[in-house]
Design a protein around this ligand. Sequence first.
Ligand code: UT7
Length: 334
Amino acid sequence: MIYAALKSIGAYVPEKVLTNEDFEKFLDTSDEWITKRTGIKERHIAADDELTSDMGVEAAKIAIHRAGLKINDIDMIVCATISPDYLCMPSTACVIASKLGRTNVAAFDISAACTGFIYAMSIAKAFIESKAKKNVLIVGAEKLSAIVDYSDRSTCVLFGDGAGAAVISATNKKSDAIADVHISADGNYGDLLMTPGCGVKNPCSQHAIEEKLCTMKMKGNETFKIAVKTLTSDVTNILNDNDVQTKDIKHFIPHQANYRIIKAVGDALKMTSEQVVLTVSKYGNTSSASIPMAMNDIWESGRLKKGDTLLLDAFGGGLTWGSALLPFAGESRQ
Ligand code: UT7
């Protein structure tokens, strides 16, 4: 029997930092409001000439190195992003493959917003278990600063840039296997979180530009309530399906959108503060990159060890949501 295992994690965070105090200089907002309502203190912003693919490439190089592999060992690249280098083509995964020097490889993007990394993990698992692929690179990379309206205080303070990547490899060791991945969606709530313009419905035009239709719009409060409910029930389902209890989880890594959402879900599941991984204060919401960036943080700080049980949980535009239950099968940091 062939299983899929998480062999490594890597991340890239751009240099420039935008603090809450920086927003106070040009927006009707305050550090106090942002901190109290979201838990965010700062976020990183990519340089003008730094693309989503560039950040994905940096994260990918680290993940491939930590997996003990060479780029030519990678036989599929899946990139989850809502801020691709190009609207339609080439895919950011193809650009990443090219920048990594890998040709003749399966490479494609997926669009599942903040749940993208978990969707990518589910795809990698399926390809590996069906023996179609052996080493799949999954990337969550976002330059959200390029699709944020910096005059809309209800969204712009939330989002940041960054990338995370992981290598999922074939193994015959059941104890290393990704136990389960749940992915789901309800398109009836698509209007809660969307970029209305620059697709086929509202093509790029003077009107779309003037109305800022190509930037993210969110009905924050409604999204918040559904997020708490959905994340809690999704995690409960994956734990029950696999006969695992909350106390068996070493690290609960939720999507980092808002501290209050994470706290509400953590409390509902009776997670201790040691179990819940929090990076939202320093990175903000980096959509598909948020879970791998958080995972990389605990690996780099030495908290994430080989064999630790991980529970991942995400929610985002679509609406989409998903969770994953797995051991960390890579090497601990030396
Ligand atoms: O990653 C994908 C999933 N995303 C999420 O799950 C995000 C979900 N939503 C949220 O995190 C929260 O809803 C927000 C952080 C976006 C907003 O927090 P909230 O507690 O739901 O606030 P609200 O939207 O109900 O707004 C409360 C007040 C409003 O003023 P009034 O109408 O009460 O006078 C807003 O205009 O806060 C105002 N406000 C702000 N004030 C200062 C909104 N944004 C700001 C701001 N600074 N940046």
